[in-house]
Design a protein around this ligand. Structure first.
Ligand code: FAD
Length: 371
């Protein structure tokens, strides 16, 4: 482990700026599950200028694989409360890189809240991010699992990601193709511990996309019809900020509010499994109402609903010893208070085992498990 006291003083400055970085001891690591967690030593970056990474102490800290990258903690499960060393990017600026008649290219620092960015860009009537309203977490973490909701994934709008390559100890700019985005997947998730994302380049649009607005998802068509009735305008004329508000209302009716305290969650706990059509057919012959969805780009495979599988095993609404499963959504595991990471993780393992026993399907957790 690197010794931050030996490596650097409490904070550092880049010429012409405030504190560019800080070393901290016993930094509490906030997380939306509200499980106890603290980093014994942590580096907090207030800037993302490339020159910062020429500091030997910073480069050493980042190339040490023990250093855990933390963002807003909305996709981290602290089974253990004690983290030896961590890094967090707090820099949260964004600016316009390039503009055209049809598009706006922006660059965003990793510490910016994704939901804040969605609202600020939607207010400017730029199309692209509005369906991601109300998703917690930082812009820096968004490419990691290619965050998505209501038919939009961040990866569709990414032009590049600038990151510190912890294997090579240098900053690189990856194109969207090099990020290898997939459903809740990316190169950053497939290569855990390798990347610290510093800035993300996004392309947004001045005009509505084809088939605007998206109506395929439960609740959205009804909410749009209601909006149209109230405003007296056709649904196709809804602006990005009004659409973001509508998505916010739908999400708040289903998910616990991550801005409040307990109960805590990380949103969907398991990924929807993708299985072969043959296997899905075998399951359908027994469970005829089992939902299945096409998976574009994955021939011969279908996606199932992890929430449905968990519900069939009787877990929806389960609650014991401070942990449980949401009564509204079987995919959302909850911490009601007073439990520790071990208890929460043990519930997740029991759910996984029972789905495996019943359906022969091994569910993968969506969040990163810190053990
Ligand atoms: C109520 C609720 C609803 C949610 N809804 C959705 C949803 O609809 N769709 C969806 O996709 N997700 C959803 N999520 C999950 C979560 O919001 C996203 O995964 C989010 O991107 C996590 O951001 P974070 O900053 O909190 O990351 P953290 O939880 O801090 O970290 C998550 C992962 O990213 C890594 N990481 C963090 N910052 C960086 C960085 N700068 N560089 C490299 N790696 C980094 C961490 O090491 C970790 O592996 C939801 C979560 C909650 C609590």
């Amino acid at each position: 482990m690197n010794d931050p006291d030996a490596a650097a003083p409490g904070s550092g400055h880049e010429p012409g700026h405030g504190a560019a970085f800080e070393w901290q001891r016993d930094l509490p690591v906030g997380n939306t599950l509200h499980l106890p967690a603290a980093a014994r030593y942590a580096l907090v970056l207030h800037q993302t200028a490339p020159s910062l990474f020429e500091h030997k102490a910073i480069a050493d800290w980042l190339t040490d694989r023990q250093t855990l990258v933390v963002g807003g903690g909305s996709n981290l499960v602290f089974v253990t409360p004690a983290i030896q060393q961590a890094v967090r990017v707090d820099a949260a600026g964004w600016w316009i890189d390039r503009e055209g008649e049809q598009f706006v290219d922006i660059a965003v620092e990793a510490g910016k809240g994704l939901d804040d960015l969605v609202r600020e860009t939607a207010r400017r009537a730029w199309f692209g991010l509005e369906a991601l309203a109300e998703i917690p977490g930082s812009v820096g973490a968004a490419p990691v699992q290619n965050v998505g909701a209501y038919g939009t994934e961040i990866g569709e709008h990414v032009r590049w990601v600038e990151a510190f390559d912890r294997d090579e100890a240098r900053i690189v700019r990856l194109t969207a193709r090099e990020c290898r985005f997939g459903y809740r997947q990316s190169r950053f998730k497939r290569e855990p511990g390798r990347w610290l994302i510093l800035r993300v380049g996004l392309r947004l649009h001045r005009q509505a996309p084809d088939h605007w607005p998206e109506t395929r998802y439960p609740g959205v068509a009804e909410a749009l019809a209601d909006w149209s009735c109230r405003s007296g305008q056709p649904i196709t004329s809804i602006a990005p900020d009004a659409f973001a508000e509508l998505i916010t209302a739908i999400r708040r009716s289903k998910l616990p509010d991550w801005r409040q305290g307990l109960p805590g969650s990380v949103g969907s706990f398991f990924q929807n499994p993708v299985i072969s059509i043959d296997m899905a057919d075998r399951l359908t012959s027994r469970w005829s109402d089992m939902p299945r969805f096409p998976t574009p780009g994955a021939d011969g495979q279908v996606k199932l609903s992890a929430g449905w599988l968990i519900e069939q095993c009787g877990w929806k609404g389960y609650r014991d010893d401070g942990v449980g499963v949401s009564p509204n959504h079987a995919l959302v595991l909850m911490h009601y208070g007073g439990a520790d990471g071990q208890a929460f993780w043990s519930l997740a393992c029991r759910i996984r085992e029972s789905v495996d026993r019943t359906f022969g399907i091994a569910l993968d957790p969506e969040p990163r498990i810190v053990e």
